[in-house]
Design a protein around this ligand. Structure first.
Ligand SMILES: Cc1ncc(COP(=O)(O)O)c(C=O)c1O
Length: 394
C-alpha cells in the first residue's frame, strides 16, 4: 500500500497528450466529468485576454488621429503588441471584445451545427437552464416531465417553475437492476409521458449515472406528442459531434469547460426560433430587447473484471464516463460510505474519482479523456481493493 501511495508516476505511464494539459502528474485524475480540465493552450489564451489586448488592428489612414491629437503620444495604432486592457478599457470592450464574441459565436455555431442567430453565449450551463425554467410558458393545465436521473439543481429549477405556474411536476423514476441490464428509455418515456406534458427535460449524458440518453429518438417521440424538449447537454459538447439543427431539440444547453476542455466561464444555449419568442437571459443588460444573441452575449462571462463486480448499465449506454460497482459490499451502505471511499482515495492515494451511491450500492464514476492511460485505472483498481479491505466495508 505504501508503494501505491508514494510511487512517482513513471513518464512511461503518461499519455502523450498529458503535456497539452496543466494537470499535476502526481495525481491520478479520472474525474474529468466533474469540472473538466482546461487544455493548456486555451487556458493561456484566456489569461492573455484577461490581461492584454491582443493584435490591435492597424487602422486605415483616414481613421488615424491627426498629429494635432497625437502629439507626445506613441502611435500605438501601428503596433501589434499586447496591451493591458486597462490602458484603454473602452477600446477593448467596444472595439475588440464584442466583435470577438460575435466571431466566437459564429465559430461555435458552425461547430455544433446551428445558425449563429440561434446560439446565445452563457457563463455556464446553470445560467442557461435557469433562464429556461424561469421563462418557460407553463400553465396550471400543463405538466413538466423529467427523469429521476436528471441533475439535482435542474430538478430544483423545474420544481420551482411548476410551483410558480401551478403546472404539475412529473418525475419518472428509473431504478437499476444492478446487473448491467439495459434500459429502454424510449419505451419508458412513451409509457410515462403525461398527455398534458408541455415540456420534457432530458440530459444528453446523465451526471450521477453516466448514461447516454437517446436524445434524437426521445425528441422525435415528444414532438409527436406535442411536447417541447429541453436538453441539458452539459456533458454533450466535446463528447459528441453535435448537429443541433438535425437533432431538433427545442432547447440545447452545454458548457465548454467539460469535455471541450475550455477554461471555466463559457457555455451556450441553442434555441429554435419559436423558443426565442419567450426565452430571455436571467440578467437584464444592454443587449435586452436587441434579439436573442445580443441578450445572452452581454451576460457571458476493465475495472469490473478486476473487482469481479459490474457496471451500472451496459457500457454501450455510456460515453466517456462509466459507473463501476465497488466490489463485495455485504452490509447496508449509505452515501457516507461513498464519501469515505472518495476522501480516502483523495488523501491516501492522490486519486481524484467520484464515488456515487445509487439504489443502495456504491460505484466509482470514472472519466476518460485523452490524458488518461490504462495505468490510471490500474492504480484506481488497486486503491479501491485496498480501501475496501482497510475500511472493513466488505
Ligand atoms: C448534467 C449536468 N447538468 C448541468 C450541470 C451544471 O453545469 P455548470 O456547472 O457548467 O453550470 C452539470 C455539471 O456537472 C451536469 O453534470
Amino acid at each position: 500500500m505504501i508503494a501505491l501511495t508514494y510511487a512517482p508516476i513513471s513518464s512511461l505511464f503518461l499519455s502523450p497528450f498529458v503535456a497539452l494539459f496543466l494537470l499535476d502528474n502526481e495525481w491520478t485524475f479520472v474525474n474529468h466529468g466533474a469540472f473538466g480540465a482546461a487544455n493548456r493552450l486555451s487556458f493561456e489564451t484566456a489569461q492573455k485576454w484577461q490581461r492584454y489586448l491582443t493584435y490591435l488592428p492597424i487602422l486605415p489612414t483616414y481613421l488615424r488621429p491627426t498629429s494635432i491629437f497625437s502629439t507626445n503620444r506613441r502611435p500605438t495604432y501601428l503596433s501589434y503588441t499586447y496591451l493591458p486592457i486597462e490602458s484603454q478599457p473602452l477600446r477593448y470592450i467596444d472595439r475588440v471584445l464584442l466583435p470577438q464574441m460575435a466571431h466566437v459565436t459564429r465559430l461555435l455555431a458552425q461547430h455544433v451545427g446551428t445558425d449563429a442567430c440561434d446560439l446565445g453565449l452563457l457563463p455556464n450551463a446553470t445560467s442557461g437552464l435557469n433562464a429556461v425554467f424561469q421563462r418557460i410558458p407553463l400553465t396550471a393545465e400543463d405538466s413538466l416531465f423529467i427523469l429521476s436521473l436528471s441533475y439535482g439543481s435542474v430538478k430544483k429549477m423545474a420544481k420551482e417553475s411548476c410551483r410558480r405556474t401551478g403546472a404539475e411536476y412529473c418525475e419518472a423514476q428509473i431504478t437499476f437492476a444492478h446487473n448491467s441490464s439495459t434500459i429502454d428509455f424510449v419505451a419508458l418515456v412513451e409509457r410515462e409521458l403525461p398527455v398534458n406534458a408541455k415540456v420534457a427535460v432530458f440530459d444528453h449524458v446523465t451526471s450521477n449515472t453516466a448514461i447516454i440518453l437517446p436524445i434524437q429518438e426521445l425528441t422525435d417521440l415528444c414532438h409527436r406528442r406535442g411536447c417541447l424538449v429541453v436538453v441539458d447537454g452539459a456533458h454533450g459538447l466535446g463528447q459528441f459531434d453535435l448537429n443541433l439543427r438535425s437533432l431538433g431539440a427545442d432547447v440545447y444547453i452545454s458548457n465548454c469547460h467539460k469535455w471541450f476542455t475550455c477554461p471555466k466561464g463559457i457555455g451556450f444555449v441553442r434555441a429554435t426560433a419559436e423558443v426565442q419568442k419567450w426565452l430571455r437571459p436571467v440578467i437584464i443588460s444592454h443587449g435586452w430587447g436587441k434579439g436573442f444573441v445580443s441578450e445572452f452575449m452581454w451576460q457571458a462571462t476493465s475495472l469490473a473484471q478486476k473487482w469481479k463486480s459490474q457496471t451500472l448499465v451496459p457500457l454501450e449506454m455510456s460515453g466517456l464516463m462509466a459507473l463501476i460497482q465497488i466490489p463485495t459490499l455485504d452490509r447496508k451502505l449509505s452515501d457516507i460510505d461513498g464519501n469515505a471511499v472518495q476522501d480516502a482515495m483523495h488523501f491516501r492515494f492522490q486519486i481524484e474519482c467520484p464515488v456515487k451511491f445509487i439504489d443502495g450500492q456504491l460505484y466509482v464514476r470514472i472519466s476518460s479523456h485523452c490524458y488518461n492511460t490504462r495505468h490510471d485505472y490500474d492504480k484506481l483498481a488497486a486503491a479501491v481493493l485496498c480501501l475496501v479491505k482497510d475500511l472493513k466495508i466488505d
